[in-house]
Design a protein around this ligand. Sequence first.
Ligand code: HEC
Ligand code: HEC
Ligand code: HEC
Ligand code: HEC
Ligand code: HEC
Length: 349
Amino acid sequence: MKRLLIFILSIFFTITFYGQIKAKVTGLCSNCHTMHDSQGGSPMAPYGGLGTAPFQCLLRGNCLGCHGQSSTGGEYVLWGSQKVPQVYHATEGTDLAAGNFKYLGTDDNKGHNMFAIDQEDNASMFPPPGYKTDPGITATNFSCAGKYGCHGDRTVTGETTSMKGAHHADDSIIDGNTTGTSYRFLKGVLGLENNDDNPWQNASPTDHNEYKGLTSPDDSASATSPGTGGSISGFCAECHEYYHGDDLDETGGSFSPWMRHPTDISLPSSGEYTNYISYSIVAPVARVTLPDLPSGVVTPTGANDDIVMCLSCHGAHATKFYKLMRWDYANSSLSTALKGCNVCHTSKN
Ligand code: HEC
Ligand code: HEC
Ligand code: HEC
Ligand code: HEC
Ligand code: HEC
């Protein structure tokens, strides 16, 4: 009897607890989980018709099953009050901060062609350009998460296994220590997640994510870690390390004249860079000290809030433009091609 009471109480506390912490996901367990993968004697249809049930962690779909459901709609779908961000959705102009995998439908050169998404199956850049340690990614194992993907713990094989616990973690403090408490479940990466009016979007110069940057590339970045500094460019360097550069193994140079475009470097406090004073969502900068709220201010002092990053020029998933650029660098009109370059290089046109 006593045991039963403790059992009932523990269920009660668990439910209360779930209600109180800033849990990532909310709503009925059955929105996302199925206990037996069976209803009325038939297997459950996987979300989005993607993947093969039953799924690990008793889920009702795979990553894209939940995050790529919006074949006719916009940047999120609603399950009750729970918004489910859609990384692959139909409507243009409502892309999430990382972009929209939809653009790969017309051109493999516009983004990361994960196996679940690549439509022509002819993306051929394996291993990834600029790699130092071959991550072992191929056209048929490139995943959303885990060893052959980007999210989760990149030392763990398997999309769901590498993410286990993240969706239910209290992520009110982003410290990079676990997948759940890392910026957008990218283990080890820091940042300020824009979760308020336009969650997951970079909507305007004062309503956007804030990315972590450093004043020099991080020596501790490696094939499976963005480095102790947790910078977003250090994260891209996990697979494209030679485009990031570090002091020990530098193929890009460490001062002007550069041999590759620098990242994790602050805007010089002189010359053309001093005109970049308002945050631009076309060519954003990262911050050494992350603000508590998205900030519209940039101060090119060569120090803190003005760091060039991979995402100053690129998206993360896929964009409308060639080479996952944030603007149309391949355009034959010079002003269009230089739209983002000019945000920093204000005297080049
Ligand atoms: C909106 C979707 C969603 C809802 C609602 C949801 N879960 Fe989950 N849950 C997930 C996803 C996705 C995973 C697997 C990936 C991960 O752990 O991040 C998961 C993993 C889990 C795990 C294994 C990982 C861990 O944290 O140990 C447990 C246990 C779990 N859920 C229990 C529950 C219970 C109990 C409920 C209802 C109170 C619930 N979930 C509601 C999406 C959801
Ligand atoms: C059952 C549905 C479901 C599945 C399966 C699922 N997710 Fe999610 N995911 C969600 C929901 C709902 C949210 C929004 C949580 C919130 O409100 O912040 C979310 C949020 C996220 C976020 C944003 C986190 C943040 O910081 O805002 C990432 C990244 C993510 N999921 C990645 C994945 C990956 C990778 C997988 C596959 C391993 C996956 N998800 C599987 C439902 C799912
Ligand atoms: C887990 C490994 C991995 C990480 C981390 C990674 N990439 Fe990639 N990236 C690849 C692979 C593999 C390719 C080549 C295949 C493809 O284009 O899909 C690639 C290709 C690219 C391309 C060329 C796209 C094209 O279609 O021509 C760009 C640009 C790029 N990555 C930028 C980034 C940026 C920016 C980041 C950080 C936000 C990043 N990558 C993080 C693996 C990775
Ligand atoms: C977010 C700001 C930013 C953006 C956007 C940007 N740059 Fe740069 N760029 C810099 C900084 C900072 C340096 C290093 C300046 C220094 O060391 O004196 C640099 C260096 C360079 C250099 C080398 C200069 C030298 O002294 O060796 C070239 C060339 C260059 N950028 C071209 C471009 C082009 C082309 C684009 C657009 C595709 C672009 N940049 C976009 C900030 C930016
Ligand atoms: C100043 C803008 C700028 C920055 C910053 C930048 N890139 Fe690029 N990247 C480009 C452009 C433009 C291209 C297209 C090809 C070219 O002009 O070199 C490109 C191409 C690429 C490619 C494809 C190469 C190929 O062989 O097709 C990868 C991968 C890539 N970038 C990754 C990165 C990573 C990782 C970082 C950060 C460490 C980064 N880029 C920072 C502008 C930039």
